[in-house]
Design a protein around this ligand. Sequence first.
Ligand code: NAP
Length: 293
Amino acid sequence: MLYCSNGGCDAHSIRGREAMADKPGTGKYALITGASGGIGEEFARLLAAEGYQLVIVARNEDQLNRVAGILNSKHRATVSPIAMDLSALDAAKSLVQELHTRGFSPDVVINNAGYGICGHTLDTPVEDYLNMLDLNVRTLTELSLNLLPAMLKRKRGGILNVASLAAFVPGPYMSVYHASKAYVLSFTEGLASEYAGTGVTISALCPGYVMTGFQSRASMDEIRFIKMAPKLTAEELVTMAWENFKRGDRVIIPGLSNKFSAFAARHLPHHLVMQVLRRINKPAEEAYIHEQA
Ligand SMILES: NC(=O)c1ccc[n+]([C@@H]2O[C@H](COP(=O)([O-])OP(=O)(O)OC[C@H]3O[C@@H](n4cnc5c(N)ncnc54)[C@H](OP(=O)(O)O)[C@@H]3O)[C@@H](O)[C@H]2O)c1
């Protein structure tokens, strides 16, 4: 099912704001998922400034139109929003079909749409986790595998999959999210190694804390250490990430403290890392109760 703000949409009624103006091959084309805000919106700004024609995808059509309007007036960029729930089982297939119909073959794909769920794992219905996995894992995989062949044929372009620092370590109170991002990192690195030397760049972006709507959707405000975490703005993150991507880095970890955390997660004794994570991720209220007991 596709998401439509006025309801009643089906898989054949994806709506776009405007059709692509130029024929593929005459310019630079990018698909960015989750571009109605946060990190995805920043990628859209940066790529539009570099002259890319964009297709941007998310559920919130008004926000997509806002982003498209800004980029069109600021950079005269051709930006086509597609309002769609990418956690739907047929979403990737419908999106690829729609791109094909529009004659839009992306040089760059940024699989950014995703979200987290934090708190006592069993407090959240199983269906919510499955929905998150469908978005973070299933759709990302399907889009990557369907859009890669055309890039390989052209011997250029790339896929940037947004993982997380969470990919490097299991996450108590956030175990399904951490596992989903571990998958993204593993899948992307494997693919990158397999298609090395083809002219196509395949990278995993592993941000730490970035100031976006992510934390409130994931209920992370409850984590008591959250205020102390080193933070990047989405603009800082995307500027660094894009440079690293263009350089061909397979795993991109922006920021020194994040690099240190990833290193520590991989090299310190695992039981120690898990103890620290359990303490960090524990919801504030419970941590307080335990301390008082
Ligand atoms: N912010 C952080 O600290 C952080 C750290 C590590 C990794 N990340 C990763 O970075 C990526 C972007 O997150 P963000 O920080 O920019 O969060 P955000 O501000 O919440 O943005 C998430 C984007 O994903 C879209 N999205 C969510 N559910 C969707 C669905 N079912 N179908 C289509 N689009 C959907 C949202 O648009 P709609 O709501 O309009 O659908 C929005 O555009 C995610 O993969 C996240 O896991 C974030």
